[in-house]
Design a protein around this ligand. Sequence first.
Ligand code: AMP
Length: 423
Amino acid sequence: MRYNAPKGTTDILPDTARKWQYLESKAANMFKNYGYEPIITPIFEHTEVFTRSIGISTDIVQKEMYTFKDKAGRSLTLRPEGTAPVIRAYVNNNMQQLPQPVKLYYMGPMFRYERPQAGRYRQFWQIGVEAIGSDDPALDAESILLMINYFKSLGLKGLTLYINSMGCDKDRPKYMELLREYAEANRKRLCKDCQKRIDLNPLRLFDCKDESCQLVMKDAPKLLNYLEVDCRKHFNMVKRYLEMQKIEYIVKPELVRGLDYYTKTTFEVISPFLGAQNAIGGGGRYDKLVEEFGGSPTPGIGFAIGTERLAIAVEKEGAFDSIEDRMDVFIAVADQSAKPNAIDILYALREAGISADIDYMGRSLKAQLKYANRRGFKYTVFIGPEELEKKRVAVRNMETGEQIEINIDELIKVMRDIVMERF
Ligand code: AMP
């Protein structure tokens, strides 16, 4: 019986996996540079971790969660995003006792039951950061700058940064009334889901992809225009810090970002290379979330980048070309009698930090060379009874065809020099 990978999932084959490793290691380096530390949380959580934080009225909670009962009857959910688990872990592990802000990053798979299409999957990977414990607008700017500078370090160009402020407790009640009234007056033009959202949370009307709903929401009152003085000042400072670092942005008052926990700053980066699913990463502030998980009031901000979409954008810019993924040395064995000695040399090369491999398929010498070429080895070392007897081996540069003979006792040292100097 043959099986396909489940709908909305893909196998990440070596060529892509290598590129992802490159993206992840570049991210880890840059995050460290900005003072962020790694955290790994479980792939599944108690369902409530997501329903309470992301919000009952969101698409994620309403339609997209992989929720199941375990054998003891607990309701568990495969994580649809990384922020709620990290905040749950922050509270659970008393990280409020640590020097603040606590700056963390994560990388790993997320799960949403969405309609698959290019750039949208049911299992997808995210690279994300969270900075918890401060509401300094300089930290909002840092989050945005970290994402933008990471993209720049990967050679991405033509990106658009959208920012918005979603205000706080002081701004919301009055605004929500206005929005509800507006939506109510336009109820007939809204889709069935949105009609329900009017009562649940009218902010979610901004998420709807339905054309008619989008048309209605274009003229809806925007929270940004109803900010009280504190939130307005906060947003102005964020913008100022971005301007100081010469970061261009567009203020987009409709940017509410699909999750209930956002307060104040939200942001999103769009790539021109991604077609319909063009958001490459996004994030925002969540000043109520720690309380939601039983901690004392603690502000926070973070973002998540979609690894698949990032890889597509980086590929289009040709920025993966510099990844060095070729093996150093292939050991071609001229006669099976020489194999034990050849294996000895193989391990000695590996021990010396030189990537090396050998034939395990009983190929002829000619077929071994063909294989070495296909796999892109940089050098081939020929070992046979004659070479062993004379204690001299031939090393071929597979690119130029140039061949040199060296003393077998010096092979490791010479190969190390050659490989390190990329001669
Ligand atoms: P979100 O967690 O919804 O704020 O999404 C953050 C980023 O994750 C987005 O900008 C996308 O790049 C990526 N993303 C979200 N959902 C999916 C999905 N279903 N498939 C692939 N990437 C996704």
